[in-house]
Design a protein around this ligand. Structure first.
Ligand SMILES: NC(=O)c1ccc[n+]([C@@H]2O[C@H](COP(=O)([O-])OP(=O)(O)OC[C@H]3O[C@@H](n4cnc5c(N)ncnc54)[C@H](O)[C@@H]3O)[C@@H](O)[C@H]2O)c1
Length: 248
């Protein structure tokens, strides 16, 4: 019961890493508020929670919309843990083939969403004297060859936010860290289908040393530990969780 008595918000709760994180934190005693844009995904998460005789509050919300973010945080009340997990890919679109709509949507979910959620919980964490924020970044946070331009820019960008929060709010007891997964077996493939043949050929070279995919539960376990009091001195850390891919 690592998180007994804690309140946790998890974004992207309807699939993959977010769903696994909801289940993990709920199993470990947290009162979890999960949100996702996809109601079917949340229904699947609810079914898994019931199967495991666990409970969580699940809300349909878009992290890119300020009013949705405020609604989720209001539902949580106190917030001890924020797991910024929601994210989408960009069809591996290289810059000269990138349309404005894809750029804006990817940035608004992957970067603005993290900014909005984190900004919204900070006053509550300050008031409570602390909190833990875990943001799911990516191997693409330090690589230009494993996604399209928009995803790479968004995932490089969240590292700046994670470190900003770690530095400025660390003295107030608020920890901000990132997890950087490599491939994970999740639903993100829906926005990962490459649209550009030449860019795909180029990306394949950067992926030549890619290890086998992780299960979402393996990333959720790392998120849970980073958010736990055991990791009390971990702040501003970028925790690579890619099976050794970036060690190549
Ligand atoms: N799967 C991978 O290989 C991989 C690798 C590195 C990083 N990541 C990152 O992991 C995180 C989780 O992705 P996943 O792999 O579990 O994918 P996923 O598609 O299985 O889950 C992402 C969830 O986020 C939700 N979502 C999308 N936009 C949203 C929004 N605006 N507001 C709220 N929810 C929204 C989706 O509906 C979905 O349920 C993402 O940030 C992704 O970039 C994934």
């Amino acid at each position: 019961m690592t998180h007994s008595g804690k309140v946790a918000i998890v974004t992207g709760a309807g699939s993959g890493i977010g769903q696994a994180t909801v289940l993990r934190l709920a199993r470990e005693g947290a009162r979890v508020v999960g949100c996702d844009v996809n109601p079917q995904g949340l229904a699947a998460t609810r079914a898994k929670l019931e199967e495991a005789q666990l409970s969580a509050t699940l809300l349909v919300a878009d992290v890119a919309r300020q009013e949705d973010v405020e609604r989720v945080v209001a539902e949580a009340g106190r917030v001890d843990i924020l797991a910024n997990v929601a994210g989408i890919m960009d069809f591996f679109l290289p810059l000269d083939e990138l349309d404005d709509a894809t750029w804006q949507r990817v940035l608004s979910v992957n970067l603005d969403g993290v900014m909005r959620m984190t900004r919204a919980v900070l006053p509550r964490m300050r008031e409570a004297g602390g909190g833990a924020i875990v943001t799911v970044a990516s191997k693409a946070s330090f690589s230009g060859g494993v996604s399209g331009a928009a995803y790479a820019a968004s995932k490089h960008g969240v590292i700046g936010l994670v470190r900003h929060v770690a530095y400025f709010y660390g003295p107030l007891g608020i920890r901000s860290n990132a997890v950087l997964p490599g491939p994970v077996e999740t639903g993100i493939g829906a926005t990962a289908m490459p649209k550009s043949p030449w860019a795909l050929e180029r990306a394949k070279l950067a992926m030549a040393t890619m290890p086998k995919s992780a299960r979402p539960e393996e990333i959720a376990a790392i998120i849970s530990w980073i958010a736990s009091d055991e990791a009390s001195f971990l702040n501003g850390a970028l925790v690579t969780a890619d099976g050794g891919w970036s060690a190549a």
